[in-house]
Design a protein around this ligand. Structure first.
Ligand code: 3PG
Length: 236
């Protein structure tokens, strides 16, 4: 099944390629990430929980999520969410090798995210997978340079709270004005606002909207309320 999906997606991608992709590879990932000022990073063990979470997020105005590969069923759960809730953009996160990218692509995920920079993974997304939207992770200026030299302008800054937080992103703006960031790692409800206001921040990722406790207690309404609250904070 994965192999079949893989070839179908390759064919469709080739048919729908447009000028934007040729000019700037990051346009694909930008189009997805710019739909939400916050990307909930989810660690999910159970499909019903995943469906309830997505439903609650959509009610709160969030339609982009990252599902991490930190549970044994992450791919199966993601595939079902993609099929059952087409309104939500699903990214597969914590990707660290090419096989995981191929599986993310094959199940129909909208994008993939890595905590780090790896040239082979970027080349796979750019070339063989025909610009499959991918968000590589960076943690220093050299990795930003490597990304920009591959026309990848949008990057995950991870783990931002250990990298200097807001100050790191401000300093990168003066040097790499074209780079756009999605900071993640250690961001909470209080620090969220100071990140999202920065001109080079496209969106902010984190587990603070849908944390372990909320999932354990199945507090789906509070996910909707949290989503509304943070979207409001982003626009205040
Ligand atoms: C990530 O995958 O980016 C981080 O695990 C998210 O970090 P957080 O749990 O501190 O938000």
């Amino acid at each position: 099944m994965y192999l079949y999906n893989f070839f179908i997606r390759i064919t469709l991608n080739k048919m729908t390629i447009n000028e934007d992709y040729l000019i700037n590879y990051s346009s694909g990932i930008n189009k997805i990430l710019s739909q939400s000022k916050i990307i909930p990073i989810l660690v999910i063990d159970d499909l019903d929980d995943g469906l309830n979470i997505c439903d609650a997020l959509l009610k709160g105005g969030i339609n982009v999520i990252e599902i991490t590969l930190r549970t044994p069923n992450a791919f199966k759960i993601s595939e079902q969410i993609i099929r059952k809730i087409p309104e939500i953009n699903v990214g597969i996160g914590t990707v660290i090798n090419k096989a995981q990218i191929i599986e993310a692509f094959s199940i129909g995920s909208h994008f993939a995210v890595s905590p780090g920079y790896n040239e082979e993974i970027i080349d796979l997304c750019l070339d063989e997978l025909n610009n499959f939207p991918f968000l590589p992770g960076i943690s220093c200026p050299s990795e930003i340079i490597n990304c920009l030299n591959k026309n990848v302008q949008t990057m995950k800054c991870f783990p931002i709270s250990s990298m200097g937080g807001v100050d790191f992103i401000k300093q990168m703006y003066s040097v790499f004005s074209k780079a756009k960031f999605c900071p993640t790692g250690g961001i909470d409800g209080d620090s969220y606002s100071s990140y999202i206001k920065l001109p080079n921040v496209l969106t902010v990722g984190g587990s603070f909207i849908v944390n372990k406790e909320i999932i354990k207690n199945k507090e789906w309404n509070s996910i909707t309320e949290n989503a509304k609250l943070f979207l409001k904070k982003a626009n205040d």
